[in-house]
Design a protein around this ligand. Structure first.
Ligand SMILES: N[C@@H](CCC(=O)N[C@@H](CS)C(=O)NCC(=O)O)C(=O)O
Length: 194
């Protein structure tokens, strides 16, 4: 299995999820500026869409889009036996199409009023997840799954951009950061723990 990733990008969630699931993979770094990959390929040949993550599974199947990639990891890890697939897709879609999308403006040179609008939406959406989050991990699971890896990545971006987080989610993030899989993924991508 291969994962094309950009350090600290949304692909970090897949990196964490694969490690958490104990699924062996080769991580291939993508240089977005030069559109090249560490395996010598042109990024355009790996991803016609021009973004990470790209997961090549054990059968050589290419999977893109966060929801599909993380769902595929959940399927392979056996997580679907422990959580409702519908609830998992619901959570992944919320993080992907609502929260993740809110961060785009910060990387695309948006003006201050637009950034303020996005900050408010991020705060509202994190508060919604905080309300739903009652146990140690999302969806009432006993161990972290793919949605946790995605939420951790979003909280990591909040730190990077100095955005506030609900206190309980900050505690959740701190406890996730202590996990071996998370520490290994951060170290592999050359990112310090926050
Ligand atoms: N719809 C895509 C979005 C993925 C995405 O936003 N990837 C970003 C990193 S977080 C990226 O690779 N951007 C490439 C670029 O900005 O050139 C998905 O869900 O996978």
């Amino acid at each position: 299995m291969k994962l094309y990733f950009v350090p600290g990008a949304c692909s970090l969630a897949v990196d964490i999820a694969l490690r958490e699931a104990g699924i062996a993979f080769e991580g291939i770094k993508v240089d977005l500026e030069n559109r090249t990959c560490a395996d010598g390929k042109a990024f355009a040949d790996v991803s016609a869409k021009g973004y990470v993550p790209v997961l090549i599974d054990a059968d050589g199947q290419k999977i893109t889009e966060m929801v599909a990639v993380l769902y595929a990891v959940a399927e392979k890890s056996g997580e679907l036996a422990a959580v409702s697939p519908i609830r998992l897709i619901e959570m992944l879609a919320f993080i992907s199409t609502e929260l993740h999308r809110n961060f785009r403006s910060f990387y695309r040179g948006a003006e201050a009023p637009e950034l303020e609008r996005q900050k408010k939406e991020i705060a509202n959406r994190l508060a919604m997840i905080d309300d739903l989050h009652t146990g140690d991990y999302l969806l009432g699971a006993e161990k972290p799954g793919v949605a946790d890896a995605y939420l951790f990545t979003i909280l990591f971006w909040c730190d990077f951009l100095q955005l506030p987080k609900p206190p309980r989610l900050a505690e959740y993030q701190a406890s996730m950061a202590k996990r071996t899989a998370v520490a290994e993924a951060l170290a592999f991508e050359g990112l310090g723990a926050r």
